[in-house]
Write a protein that binds this ligand. Structure first.
Ligand code: ADP
Ligand code: ADP
Length: 233
């Protein structure tokens, strides 16, 4: 019921009276529980696709269904609502608020909904524990390693029970040991049924996904299922 369905998605930008066709008819489905890595050369449309999936922008044509909601038909206010309630974002640079503690950072998306009581606090503590930061609840980002900060960001992305977690190069700033730790968390979340969509240019990150969607010149170039043997290697 929370499937994402992309049909003939096109996105054109107008730049000095020139039309840039960033996405030129992309179609694919992301069923609930999928784990998709999006790859492709620079300029192939990955950021554009991520912006559309993240409800930060609207397609020029085609449809993008999040569950029953077609984002192409929504107002900017409706998009903002979906973005804050139904999509989890994880960034390469973590994007934590330095003045806030671990638990407070995890709660940030809930502020936009007004409700902020003991129930919300308990959920944030549980998510901190979930990502292995149960003993760091009152630490601030500057007191944490990069990997720990990314764990906070992952917990924050889950606090609204999103349609999917959208991750943009989530291990781009991490060494290989820490990358492995973060990918293990994604594996576990996906095993629990969470849908994950990440953009990466690293093959060993993409191998952990169930599926690799490759873009080229604004089109879907390949859509490959990773074999379980590869995923475990
Ligand atoms: P990728 O993330 O794969 O590098 P992008 O989605 O950023 O690809 O870009 C796809 C194409 O769209 C490129 O040709 C890029 O220059 C162009 N593009 C992206 N954003 C804009 C914009 N805001 N205005 C004009 N052209 C853009
Ligand atoms: P990068 O350094 O990888 O380009 P950005 O911070 O520019 O990272 O953001 C990458 C993507 O994250 C954007 O293309 C967009 O999809 C999403 N994004 C950026 N800012 C926001 C925001 N304020 N809220 C939600 N998503 C965002």
């Amino acid at each position: 019921k929370l499937a994402t369905s992309i049909r003939d998605l096109q996105k054109h930008y107008v730049l000095k009276s020139e039309v840039v066709r960033a996405l030129r008819g992309v179609s694919f489905d992301v069923p609930e529980g999928d784990y998709v890595a999006i790859m492709g050369p620079s300029g192939s449309g990955k950021s554009t696709l991520l912006n559309l999936l993240g409800c930060l922008d609207k397609p020029t044509s085609g449809s993008l269904l999040l569950g029953n909601d077609d984002i192409a038909l929504m107002t900017d206010n409706e998009l903002a609502e979906i973005r804050s309630r139904r999509i989890g974002f994880v960034f390469q640079s973590y994007n934590l608020i330095q003045q806030l503690t671990v638990v407070e950072n995890i709660q940030v998306p809930l502020y936009y909904q007004g409700a902020m009581g003991s129930k919300q606090h308990r959920r944030s503590v549980e998510l901190a524990q979930r990502v292995g930061l149960g003993d760091r609840l009152d630490h601030r980002p500057s007191q944490l390693s990069g990997g720990q900060q990314q764990r906070v960001a992952i917990a924050r992305s889950l606090v609204n029970d999103p349609y999917f977690v959208l991750a943009d190069e989530p291990t781009g700033n991490l060494d290989s040991v820490t990358t492995e730790e973060i990918l293990t968390i994604f594996d576990e979340l996906n095993d629990e049924g969470r849908t994950i969509i990440l953009v990466t240019h690293e093959d060993d990150v993409a191998e952990r996904a169930k599926r690799v969607v490759r873009l080229k010149d604004g089109k879907l170039h390949r859509d490959d299922v990773n074999s379980p043997a590869v995923r475990q290697a």
